[in-house]
Design a binder for this molecule. Sequence first.
Ligand code: HEC
Ligand code: HEC
Length: 566
Amino acid sequence: MQGLALSGAPLCLLSVLAAQSNFPPPPAPTGNPVTADKALLGMALFFEEQLSSTGTVACATCHDFRAAGADRRAATARHPGPDGAYGTADDRHASPGVPARDAQGAVGNATFGHAPQVTPRRTPTVVNSGYHPALFYDGRAQQNELRDPLTNLVVLTGPVALENLVLQPPVNPVEMGHQGRTWDQVANKVAAAQPLFWASDLPGRLATFVQGASYPDLFARVFGTPDVTPVRIVMAIATYLRTLNSDQSKYDRVLAGQIGLTPLEQLGKQVFDTPRNGAVSCRTCHGEFETRVRTEGPIVGLMTMVSSGPYGSMFPTRLLFHNVGVRPIAEDPGRQAVTAVAADAGKFRVASLRNVELMAPYFHNGGARTLREAIDFYDRGGDFHVNQSPNLLPRGYTAHEKDGLEALLLTLTDPRLAQGVAPFDRPRLGSENGRFVQALGPGLPTAAGRPVIADAPLPARLGEAQFALTLSGVTPGAFSLLLFDFVGIEPSVGNYNFVVGVTPTLLCVPRGAAPAIGNVGVQHVPMPLPGDVSFRGLVLFAQWLSLEPSTEMGIVTSNGLRIEIQ
Ligand code: HEC
Ligand code: HEC
């Protein structure tokens, strides 16, 4: 019997393998081969909120596997766009990063005041990013050499677009950095941090890896010596990203000949593959349904099949960038900012449609809330036509054909993402498990629709000398009060929307007229936290109230804050 069970095991394994499309691994430079321990170190760093200068933003804050590696916060978070006004057509639906700060603390800027800044583009996925020869919407990370940010010497050559990309977010002053942050500072901060201090519910493989270790210990395990250097941080994160490959969708099983499509999905496939009313097929640009993905990985941007127009006949490389007419060029020049070629104005990299179901909102500005809205966008021939890709004309799809396209796109979802199954397993971040200062309730916006935001830029950690509370978004000069209580109440009680309990311990701190940064009224209140451990676990609620004659009530309130000292 035992012999039978043993000989059954390889068979069973074979059938599991056969169920996968098994993309070839993405290319890695010979100087940075993928190893299991290096990928785990990269995983720890990807979820490490202490990688940011505020200590509140990890790569995973914006690149969330529950949204297939994109950011579902983009459904609500807004960047007001070039006009600076909220609720207008140029708003972007994107990702909150860090507030504008210098190394000492408060700076603020004219768009967001002291509130977390929102990225100017929606966050694309990191899943399958190892397969893209050029990264970012405009393809600006595509170098074939990596330079050490400290010495500027070339340290790696080969396919290092990912390594070059990883060099950017930690020193980007919107995403994770502060003004003038250097890689030296990033590496020193990581070296001194307790790995994943804020995260909880670590997946088993990650918990085992970081258990009881410091970062120098972990770097020694992976690289042989304990030095925490910028290049090692970058190599580890890039290695982890090379393991985030999604190749187990329903469509991969179709490609492997294991199952078929439903009639509706088949209709969608036919619509996807077919030119319509002079408009090129979706397939011309989006290659995800090609049988070639099994040998080449998830390709986007096929060799051109467009034989006329500005693209000429056959192109030697994939046509990666197109202007499909999402926004006016003046709002975001896209590829043109990299190449300085006028013909590239408004072009963006073709998006991968893998797991698109989970990644709403869509396009580089997050302008389409649902897949149906994205399909309707193509159906009407896009929205802005200056320098638009030729042959993106109105298509005249029927509702049934649109249903088919939608059904087809849903076959590209890899169930492991939404389920958090490895390699897409994740811990809960400090921003999710209640250990950070939590925002409560939406607050009441000003008459101009600008959100009134209370924030604590840093986590409330015992002894944190830079801890502060901020207010942003009120009318400059508005008289503001900061309310504190040990008791909180459910948000949205009555129109005033108070979350601080009105108990005898209520403390009301008048802060006077709000100073202005640009036309945003702000407050910044330093509150250095004591180091005394008896304060650990203390919970405080705080909220701003500001006199705004323009509103019906004569006041606006910020969101509330729940502050638990950790
Ligand atoms: C505040 C949100 C935010 C954080 C934090 C963040 N990113 Fe991103 N990421 C973005 C945005 C927005 C873009 C697109 C920017 C563009 O195209 O100009 C992007 C692009 C990328 C891409 C390119 C994907 C593609 O297909 O082109 C990768 C890979 C990536 N980020 C990895 C990381 C890593 C690794 C970290 C941590 C070191 C990180 N990101 C931190 C928002 C974020
Ligand atoms: C001329 C090339 C081209 C054609 C044809 C084309 N697309 Fe696209 N598609 C793109 C580009 C480029 C983007 C990224 C645009 C952006 O982010 O602004 C994109 C983005 C998308 C997105 C959003 C993905 C995301 O995560 O943001 C969807 C969905 C999509 N396309 C579906 C389709 C469908 C369905 C068709 C056929 C009706 C089609 N596309 C035809 C080039 C094309």
